[in-house]
Design a protein around this ligand. Structure first.
Ligand code: SAM
Length: 242
């Protein structure tokens, strides 16, 4: 994807044009198809959102498998996590958007794991399994050939529609990812993790503050404003002996 150059000569990814522009670009057929479809109200709203979402359009145009790819691009553009030549572990990697973005950074090794099958991504080893299954996680880690320098987790449980339940399940996944990051990361390594805003993540934040030099919260523009998700960015894994 082409990106304009900034004054410092660095090429940075830019968010796509706003939703209105994308909406206007929809063909009449697309609009009529949604209007006339026999979908229920919430499904129709979902389809309508997909058709009007500039990130969905841009993901399709750029060949990314998920609009989530842009969240990682935006986070990396601000926090410089991915670097070059690292060993990157992606927890909950399906359908592979983050793996595609990570692969662009020419890592020394890249591995992902998900409950769901994921089509191959050039340069990545992908394991189908549960991150809580020690054998599956071990296979994924071994594919890196050394301790990860970056651990990513965009893991999310299937939503139930019950906000509190969804929140608790996402925090549980974030805690699992954090435990893996703390146990496996190379000193100086970084951890990026999806969490939900507000509520029961105090213990997780406290633990991460102890283990990393720098801990931030950020909701990238590509994360829908109506979504409670936000991201934790932890940099500078402290050496275990400290
Ligand atoms: N970052 C991905 C991308 O850009 O394509 C999208 C990730 S998607 C939002 C969240 C993923 O977490 C789902 O594919 C789900 O199967 C996975 N997941 C949830 N719980 C998991 C677990 N216990 N072990 C492995 N993957 C899990």
């Amino acid at each position: 994807m082409t990106t304009p150059e900034d004054k410092d000569g660095k090429r940075r990814w830019r968010p796509p044009a706003d939703a209105k522009e994308a909406k206007d670009k929809r063909t009449l057929t697309e609009r009529q198809r949604v209007k006339n479809s026999k979908l229920g109200k919430s499904s129709r709203a979902w389809v309508e959102r997909q058709l009007t979402d500039p990130y969905v359009r841009q993901a399709i145009e750029a060949g990314y498998r998920s609009r989530a790819a842009f969240k990682l691009k935006e986070i990396d553009s601000r926090f410089s996590l991915l670097g070059r030549g690292g060993r990157i572990l992606d927890l909950g990697c399906a359908p592979g958007g983050w793996l595609q973005v990570a692969a662009e950074h020419k890592p020394a090794a890249l591995a992902g794991i998900d409950l769901l099958p994921v089509a191959a991504v050039d340069g990545a080893v992908i394991v189908e399994g549960d991150v809580t299954d020690a054998a599956a996680l071990d296979r994924t880690l071994r594919a890196l050939g050394g301790p990860p320098t970056v651990v990513l987790s965009d893991m999310a449980a299937d939503t139930t529609g019950h906000q509190q339940t969804d929140h608790i399940r996402t925090i549980a996944l974030a805690e699992t990812a954090a435990r893996i990051a703390v146990a496996e990361l190379a000193p100086g390594g970084a951890f990026l993790c999806k969490v939900f805003q507000g509520g029961a993540q105090g213990a997780l934040l406290e633990m991460l503050k102890q283990e990393f030099d720098d801990l931030r919260h950020w909701k990238p523009p590509a994360s829908r404003s109506e979504s409670p998700e936000t991201y934790l960015i932890a940099k500078g894994r402290r050496p275990i002996s400290r």
